[in-house]
Unconditional design. Sequence first.
Lengths: 435, 435
Amino acid sequence: MSKTLIKNSLIIPLDYEQPDYIKGDILINENMIEKISKKPVETDNNNYDQVIDGKNLIIMPGLINTHGHAAMSLLRSYADDLPLKKWLESKIWPIEALLESDDVYWGAMLSIAEMIRGGTTTFTDMYYYMDRVAEAAAMSGIRAVLSRGMIGLGFDLEQGFRDSKALISDWHGAENGRINVIIGPHSAYAGASGFLERVVELAAETGLPIQVHLAETKDEVETCLAEQGCSSTAMLSEIGFFDFKVIAAHCVHLSDRDIDILAEKKVGVSHNPGSNLKLGSGIAPIKRLLESGVNVGLGTDGAASNNNLDMIEEMRLAALVSKGVTMDPTSINAKTVLQMATVMGAEILGLEKTGTLKPGFKADLIGLRTDRLNLTPLHDPMAHIVYASAAADVSLVMVDGRLLLEDGILKTLDEEKIRAESSRCADRLVNAGKD
Amino acid sequence: MSKTLIKNSLIIPLDYEQPDYIKGDILINENMIEKISKKPVETDNNNYDQVIDGKNLIIMPGLINTHGHAAMSLLRSYADDLPLKKWLESKIWPIEALLESDDVYWGAMLSIAEMIRGGTTTFTDMYYYMDRVAEAAAMSGIRAVLSRGMIGLGFDLEQGFRDSKALISDWHGAENGRINVIIGPHSAYAGASGFLERVVELAAETGLPIQVHLAETKDEVETCLAEQGCSSTAMLSEIGFFDFKVIAAHCVHLSDRDIDILAEKKVGVSHNPGSNLKLGSGIAPIKRLLESGVNVGLGTDGAASNNNLDMIEEMRLAALVSKGVTMDPTSINAKTVLQMATVMGAEILGLEKTGTLKPGFKADLIGLRTDRLNLTPLHDPMAHIVYASAAADVSLVMVDGRLLLEDGILKTLDEEKIRAESSRCADRLVNAGKD
């Protein structure tokens, strides 16, 4: 039995049933939260494996990154400020074609290490060589929701399903449920005829959620309208996609009818403001989605289009950009954004007892240092986190009851080795790309 | 004589006449850059007071914050997610009315310390009790461009001019030219009849630049159109404002004619994306301003509407938001944004031999650590700074040849005391505000 007590911190449970703030102690037993107590829990050193002084800490649920491509951190700042087509066709795809299994492992490791440092306790991934990403996730201690990205064309059509099924049987539920596998068809527009229907069959067969890119660009929606007479959202609804649990990433270009479909079918949306802005895709109508009752989580997307994996930054962007484009400072408030990054993220990914701090829930939590210049004075802690804090303020990260970051130091990963190996992989890819 | 040598770093001069990158040594003699050398400068310990290993550092010009209200950091996260009118009238103004000279001193100190930590080497301020801000700036070692904010009404009308003149005579050019004073009328709409004309007279008399809030909100422009038949930009031009050097802060709502006026009159614009988004003011047409030949600097505005003073974040927001709203990823590139935060900032503020690294220029420079997860691998350093780096990556800050931050430690300021004193002031204000 492993017991940890975090004493005297400012706890933000982000639970619809608890107060916004609780000043007190939080007791973790194995991988679960056992108790949140306003009164000091008596410490008898024999009873706890670890007692952490939370005096200068805000403790809140870990951040849940609902969309990304971890290994793309190898291509961080490799190609920027380019039109989307040129970016993909002349820069990203040629390098991705050269990726080997080890590249994906070290790219994923680099991303996982960065995400832990920034307070992310769950990440979502859609890519290739996903067994290697699962290995990295298992080793690091982070919670993961993994899918084999399926283009659904040519050689990849059958291989995609084979890899997906192998990933499910090898990894789904591994590490005491810390590794989750979902189904990852790339988009409504990629894939041979009948591909999307086979995805639906696999979802029916396995009961697993589907993650798909949806309505990311204006071009996607316009092409679908021209070719099929309906939006990509309506088309997926038509073929029964949304009769299963779906996480739709991006959702930038939605009609009112599309929003109604997403709400009615309880599709979860992963909002990726940094990537959508940087690629010039546009700005997702988050306020309208939330008002329609759609659950919206936050994601970083891959580091090639972000260029970091900083969920605090995504929270800030989500709030600021919504206020700016609607010209309404009340558009989205700090608490809503915090919910998007935690409890709503857990809901859309189908993670049970995660994303909220309360007894019986998983001990996925983070601590932010408040004794920082940028967080002084301390008027409103929720506003501080969303509008003033930084990834570097995260000093403690616990996933499933295990400390992954303590006093700002990674406990399960060798940062220097990860930087060296991932740099080596990136150099090899870029040099090979020149040939 | 004090000589510092920074060896073997990656130098980004941000000079229109030098290459983008120079790998080499940079030699600082007293407060000036003496030499930038690709060949290793021979080190004879007798010749240098300090030799810094720059192996893992990007050295670039210090960031220039072209608009702010430093003491408002006392109200950081005090009032958020509110409509602008309610935010000002029920929250900000009542507290500001209670401000005493010591509050302004400690609020400014808090902001200066945070800005130095984030790589800002020059800040611009418009507020009250400006002699105390000047004191804080002098003590800290940061470069400052200070103005007494003048509402131009009632009691403040004469007092504003008296304070401005005293600030000019007491502080302009102090600390070997490190403290600069400019003239700070609040806006085109504030002030009694004849106030703006008197501001123009003071500019003519002193030869000093003017900083003014301009076209920040749609309401400002619409009211001016309704009441005076022209935009606030056209109105200021009409009364001869722009015949002097002017820094116009915000410039969110501009017609094509307004942009032509700003370009023709060589008005500098301070773009404050974080504050404009957060207050729901809108999004300034930066791409169009730059294309028209207007120099655009970057600013944080006050921490009450931001809520931090992180110039790296402002760079990122400027680039991302421009790409997102224009739906064009080539809208503004990383290098342009870096120029806005450095050399263009110096130009609009009228700071000579500042904002660029080259021999004969002032030694205002910063070092960012590249051995970080979020900056791995190192494909494109300029893209890294704008899209992936964080304030916490800044480990070295030098202003006028003096180190203010070294290995991430503040050299001239007592961080703990500043946090305690500014918190004390903030608590007093908020408690007094409750009465």
